[in-house]
Each structure stands twice: as C-alpha cells, then as structure tokens.
Design a protein around this ligand. Structure first.
Ligand code: IMP
Ligand code: MG
Length: 180
C-alpha cells in the first residue's frame, strides 16, 4: 500500500479533472452538432477509453446513441507499442450502414487505430470516424486523421482517467505524467 502511495506521488499533473470535464463537454457539443438527428454507434476501445466513453456519451444530446465495446491489446506491460494488435473482444453489434465513431483514449503511434479503421471499415459502415481524448502528435507512424481530438499532449507516458501503466492508475480522476 505504501508503495502505491509513493507511486502516485511520482506523477506530475497534466490535465485536471476540471480541464477534462470541460473538454469532454466541448467534444460532446461538437459531436451533437455534427450528428444531429442521426443514429450513431459509439465504439469504445477498452480498456483505456472506458471513463472517457462514460463521460462523453452523457455529453451528447439530440443524437440517437448506441454503444459497443472492443478490446484490443498491443502493449503488454511495457510503455512502448509491440506493433502487433490483437483483438481481445470483438464488436457485438453490426456496423453495416451505420454511422460509427471510434472512441479512443490516446493516439500514439497510430498502429491500433490504423488496424481498427481497416477492421471496422471492411464491415461497411455508413461513416467511420475517430474521437480521441489525447494525441501525441509527433509520434504518429501511421498517419491517422482523427475527426475529434481533445488535447495534443507531450510525448511522455501518461496515466489516469482510464489510461494505465501495467493496469495501475486507471482510476485517477485526472491525467498525469508518469515518472516525474
Ligand atoms: P498506438 O497504437 O501506439 O497509437 O497506441 C494506442 C494505445 O496505446 C492506446 O489506446 C493506449 O491504450 C496505449 N498508450 C499509448 N500511449 C500511452 C500512454 O502514454 N499512456 C498509457 N497508454 C498509452
Ligand atoms: Mg492501454
């Protein structure tokens, strides 16, 4: 327990709970405007986006929203991508002829989203876009156009608000930089 507390103190805060809340509100308003009167399937990429998804879906109004989840794994317990994406949990709904918005926690190398865009895109959605809370802009190996981006963040290892390091820190109500 003491170890965990000292780990938490080694974080330097990057985005406060208040900053996250106002960004989610802003993104929700943009999505509500763009999909007004439409039906939209939000696909949250587990596990990292579970908190973002829960907040964001409640910030969308005037859109008929359905939700689904996919779980992918590419990191293991390391802070660098393995480059190989593995589907751990597939969609349970059909995406054919539906507007689909992928909800992601962070766009880093872009390998995960490149894979998911191809995978979901092959199933014939009416439209397919990406909403990511965070983007490490200079890091993208795969050029991914995200329609909605919360913050362009520094190229550091970031945890909290759903993001983990070795499954820890997901429950932090703010985002911090690890090891600072
Ligand atoms: P990409 O495939 O390199 O773009 O990585 C995307 C996934 O890696 C994200 O969905 C996260 O789960 C994880 N990831 C990338 N950077 C970080 C980070 O700084 N902190 C925690 N997870 C990260
Ligand atoms: Mg992760």
């Amino acid at each position: 327990m003491a170890e965990q507390i000292s780990d938490y103190q080694a974080l330097s805060p990057l985005y406060t709970t208040e900053q996250l809340q106002s960004k989610v509100k802003e993104l929700g308003e943009a999505i509500s405007r763009d999909y007004a009167g439409e039906e939209l399937l939000l696909v949250s990429i587990l596990k990292g986006s579970f908190i973002f998804m829960a907040d964001l879906c409640r910030a969308i109004h005037g859109v008929k929203v359905a939700i689904d989840f996919m779980a992918v794994s590419s990191y293991g317990d390391k802070t660098q991508t393995s480059g190989v994406v593995r589907i751990v949990k597939d969609l349970s709904s059909t995406v054919k002829e539906r507007h689909v918005l992928i909800i992601e926690d962070i766009l880093d190398s872009g390998v995960t989203l490149r894979y998911l865009l191809k995978y979901i895109g092959a199933r014939g959605p009416l439209s397919l876009d990406v909403c990511t809370l965070l983007r490490k802009k200079d890091r993208q190996l795969a050029k991914i156009e995200a329609r909605y981006v919360g913050f362009d963040c520094p190229d550091q290892f970031i945890v909290g608000y759903g993001l983990d390091y070795a499954e820890q820190y997901r429950n932090l109500p703010y985002i911090g930089i690890l090891g600072k």
